[in-house]
Design a protein around this ligand. Structure first.
Ligand code: UDP
Length: 371
């Protein structure tokens, strides 16, 4: 009946489905949730687009991907500049001259660089072997202790010495006064929310919501020649080689009867004691305005708590440490042998992908498969 059954209507699935439809393929998308858009789903509360599965700030250096997303949404000029709150002391993120000035009182890039070098030397690190060593060699021990250690351990539920260094390399370190969190040429939030953007990608494509692939695999497989599966790869194989670990995030979302709670979209709580990792105040992704440019009288905040994933929870972050990467390789070997099924996305490929990387991967795969 269909050429492609796409399992999951997040970014990977929506891009693939769009590309298949564009090439006149018959495609159906299913999702176990009652809505499309996967974890980029946004829901309107009191006029505010709430990022229900965590903050998503689109950023990319890839012009092709940027042009692509702009076919489906107009982007605003939001620039991510989170604040770190360490026991009431506020610091600018990512690590830049404002951060170094607040931490050490230094005023020039040379002084900041010398301070970092001195702390790196004192710690005796030449070749960083884990996240802790990587962080100290990038920004020194003071910043590591106040802005990285507690946050990272809360976020990943493991000591920094047991985490891969690439996680911290996501964050820029700059000897300039630039609070832009991302080193990206293009950045913004889709006006009207991500859900609308995904709906535009899925325009005129059949979508069945509330349909769980793994529970009805026999029936659903019969619908199409090929399956594009964007769920968790270990769940696909019924965890037969063991479970991959994920981090899970829980949100406590509150509508507050005041216009401004924290004056910024994201405040990270970087100490080890505060139980949440960060608080998102969603209205600031869109400058506190509704779509007509009027100030919004209320605000919605989400406290974000990180926890270990267990079967039944929503998986968010793959834990790309050595143990899990090895297990993933075993699942991947099985996946590579599948003739009917293609695995894609953060869960299907067990990769800490950013949104633009997911889109680039889905576009590349579409070209390979669809021509
Ligand atoms: N990180 C940190 N302190 C912060 C923000 C981030 O130590 O205030 C570290 C932490 O290990 C985190 C990583 O940097 O997992 C990547 O952060 P990013 O903001 O890219 O994570 P995401 O937004 O994907 O959760």
């Amino acid at each position: 009946m269909y050429d492609y059954l796409v399992v999951g209507s997040g970014l990977y699935g929506a891009v693939f489905a769009h590309e298949a439809k564009k090439r006149n393929k018959k495609v159906i998308v299913i999702d176990k949730r009652g809505n499309v858009a996967g974890n980029v789903y946004t829901e309107k509360i009191a006029g505010i687009n709430v990022h229900k599965y965590g903050a998503h700030i689109f950023h990319t250096n890839n012009k092709k991907v940027w042009d692509y997303v702009n076919e489906f949404a107009e982007f605003n000029r939001f620039t991510n500049s989170p604040i770190a709150n360490y026991k009431g002391e506020l610091y600018s993120l990512p690590f830049n001259m404002y951060t170094f000035n607040k931490m050490w009182g230094v005023t020039t890039p040379e002084e900041a660089a010398a301070k970092i070098e001195e702390q790196k030397k004192a710690a005796g690190i030449s070749e960083p072997k884990n996240l802790e060593e990587q962080a100290i060699s990038l920004v020194g021990t003071d910043i590591y202790e106040k802005l990285i250690k507690g946050y990272t351990q809360k976020q990943w539920g493991r000591p920094c010495t047991e985490l891969p260094s690439f996680i911290i390399k996501r964050l820029p370190v700059r000897l300039t006064f630039d609070n832009n969190y991302f080193n990206a040429l293009y950045q913004g939030i889709p006006i009207g929310g991500y859900t609308k953007m995904i709906e535009n990608m899925l325009d005129k494509i059949e979508v069945r919501l509330g349909t769980d692939y793994l529970e009805n695999r026999g029936e659903l497989d019969k619908l199409a020649d090929k399956v594009i599966y964007t769920g968790a790869i270990d769940a696909f194989y019924e965890y037969k080689l063991g479970t991959l670990e994920y981090r899970c995030v829980r949100f406590e979302t509150e509508l507050l009867d005041k216009p401004n709670f924290q004056g910024n979209a994201a405040v990270n709580y970087t100490d080890a004691e505060t139980p949440w990792t960060r608080i998102i105040e969603h209205k600031w992704f869109e400058f506190g305005k509704d779509e007509n440019g009027n100030d919004l009288p209320k605000t919605v905040i989400s406290r974000e708590y990180s926890s270990e994933w267990k079967p039944g929870d929503e998986p968010y972050y793959p834990v790309n440490d050595e143990k899990n990467s090895k297990l993933y390789e075993k699942y991947k070997a099985l996946a590579d042998k599948e003739e009917k099924v293609v695995f894609g996305g953060r869960l299907g490929e067990y990769k800490y992908y950013d949104m633009d990387q997911v889109i680039a991967a889905a576009l590349q795969r579409s070209e390979e498969i669809l021509g």
